[in-house]
Design a protein around this ligand. Structure first.
Ligand SMILES: NC(=O)c1ccc[n+]([C@@H]2O[C@H](COP(=O)([O-])OP(=O)(O)OC[C@H]3O[C@@H](n4cnc5c(N)ncnc54)[C@H](O)[C@@H]3O)[C@@H](O)[C@H]2O)c1
Length: 257
């Protein structure tokens, strides 16, 4: 249970915030966090049931449901159509959080060209096209914020999911290139790189007591890092408090990397 406290920032209320993969895990923490600030939150996700349950819960808690569109981000035309619908329903997007990803394990030998392409589509390609699609909207607004979810995994040189590692390393490059492209228009672009975050999926699939001991031994701070810790970083980066922060990688890992 994530009981982390979220910081409030003036200026996020009323902004249109678009989150990919906002239906579960860290993405759900972003959806909740920005809804709690009074932002107009829209998200896409492939997991329809979990996403609809989340929108109902948030509606009960805040009185307003986030706007959900079912979308497989491997389909770029569907992503572009979803962004256009969100603009029509909620207004120009001021904050984009490129969050969706999938860290299924795969050995180096198992990787075929088709699997390589699929991992790139799930973990990287949609981030570029989402940024491309919202940029004209942010330019109209006079600025905006894009946050790309990276990872510390490639810094740790972790084995067992090489293509995922490659995509996560590439996201730092994507951030820096987009920050330079969009900076003159008042659009800030940053990476958030989480460490081991205690989401339901991670707990179910990978977080054994042995893994937790390894993580805690590696971290400077001997504590679990929660989705709300990552959400707090996203709120800060989306806020005016971060108005001079762009092209950077903000690591939330309790000092593991
Ligand atoms: N949890 C961690 O410890 C951790 C660590 C480092 C980086 N990250 C990164 O943070 C982000 C979120 O991670 P998470 O742990 O919450 O992941 P998660 O797998 O729990 O959630 C990802 C969300 O994206 C959605 N999604 C996946 N593929 C999709 C697709 N093709 N189309 C639409 N939606 C899709 C999923 O349904 C899910 O709701 C990812 O980019 C991940 O790589 C997570």
């Amino acid at each position: 249970m994530d009981t982390g406290t979220l910081t409030s920032y003036a200026g996020l209320a009323g902004k249109t915030v678009f989150i990919t993969g906002g239906g579960s895990g860290i993405g759900a923490a972003f959806t909740r966090a920005f809804a709690g600030q009074g932002a107009r939150v829209a998200f896409v996700d492939i997991a329809e049931e979990e996403s609809r349950a989340l929108t109902s819960q948030i509606q009960k808690e805040t009185g307003t449901a986030p706007f959900f569109i079912a979308c497989d981000l491997r389909d770029i035309a569907a992503l572009q159509a979803a962004i256009e619908k969100i603009r029509f329903e909620l207004g120009d997007v001021g904050v984009l959080i490129n969050n969706a990803g999938n860290d299924d394990r795969h050995t180096l030998d198992q990787v075929t060209p088709a699997y390589w392409d699929d991992r790139i589509e799930v973990n990287l390609r949609h981030m570029f096209f989402a940024a491309q699609a919202v940029a004209p909207q942010m330019k109209r607004l006079g600025g905006g914020t894009i946050i790309n979810l990276g990872s510390i995994i490639w810094r740790l040189k972790q084995t067992g999911l090489p293509v995922y590692n490659v995509t996560k390393a590439s996201i730092n490059g994507l951030t820096r290139v987009l920050a330079r492209e969009f900076g003159p228009f008042g659009i800030r672009v940053n990476t958030i790189s989480p460490g081991a975050i205690w989401t339901e999926r991670q707990i179910k699939l990978w977080y054994t007591p042995e893994f937790e001991s390894e993580v805690l031994a590696g971290q400077c701070m001997k504590m679990r890092v929660l989705p709300s810790d990552v959400a707090n970083m996203a709120l800060f980066l989306a806020s005016d408090a971060a108005e001079k922060c762009t092209a950077q990688d903000f690591i939330v890992d309790a000092g593991w990397s």
